[in-house]
Design a protein around this ligand. Sequence first.
Ligand code: HEC
Ligand code: HEC
Ligand code: HEC
Length: 142
Amino acid sequence: MKRLLVMLFLMLATLPAAAGGLAPVIPKASGKPHPEGNLFMRINHMKLMKHDRDQTVREGDREIGHSLKACIECHAVNGADGQPVDISSDKHFCRTCHDFAAVKVDCFQCHNSRPEAKSQVLILPRPGDTNDLAAYLEGAAR
Ligand code: HEC
Ligand code: HEC
Ligand code: HEC
């Protein structure tokens, strides 16, 4: 039964918000989309990140395909102050669906739910990055 509800939710979430406001509005991300596609990520994101905490913490043994730190960077959502919100906000990417589906995760007791200040700067083109220099100058001239 739970499986069925989750599938229903995942299908609903593919409808545009205009279709009755039934589905959560998932904030847009930055960076490249997942090669596996959005539906795959909806269904499998929890498996990609799972770690056995005892093993990770005590033995440094990881079998993790995806970084939580990276999720938080591409999926950062800005609040009214222009700064990325943390997990206490219902605008946080991870909460848009979880609140809707009544899922609670404890990941952010240990992990940062916001990008670190320095990676927020890294998202912008920098003059030190030769490939992006032209783009940077073009942006600065505008
Ligand atoms: C390099 C940037 C990047 C990283 C890292 C990243 N994502 Fe994404 N993700 C995207 C983009 C771009 C999309 C396409 C949808 C969009 O435009 O928001 C997306 C889509 C998704 C979706 C589907 C959203 C929808 O509207 O159906 C989920 C769920 C998701 N990502 C979860 C994760 C999780 C969990 C992680 C970490 C394990 C992660 N992403 C890491 C950029 C990223
Ligand atoms: C008790 C503290 C704790 C909790 C709770 C916890 N983690 Fe971790 N996690 C760690 C530690 C310690 C590391 C290793 C240090 C690092 O690389 O950040 C780690 C590493 C990771 C990594 C690899 C490094 C990275 O930045 O992605 C992922 C992915 C991850 N955890 C996901 C999760 C997810 C998903 C949850 C919730 C289901 C979770 N963690 C809950 C302590 C925790
Ligand atoms: C597209 C909607 C959506 C987004 C966005 C989303 N999740 Fe989920 N997540 C779900 C659903 C639905 C479930 C429940 C799946 C189930 O019960 O089978 C879930 C379950 C999980 C679980 C497993 C919980 C458990 O008790 O086993 C973890 C861990 C998780 N999500 C982490 C994250 C993190 C971290 C983010 C943000 C980086 C995120 N999710 C963003 C929809 C989403």
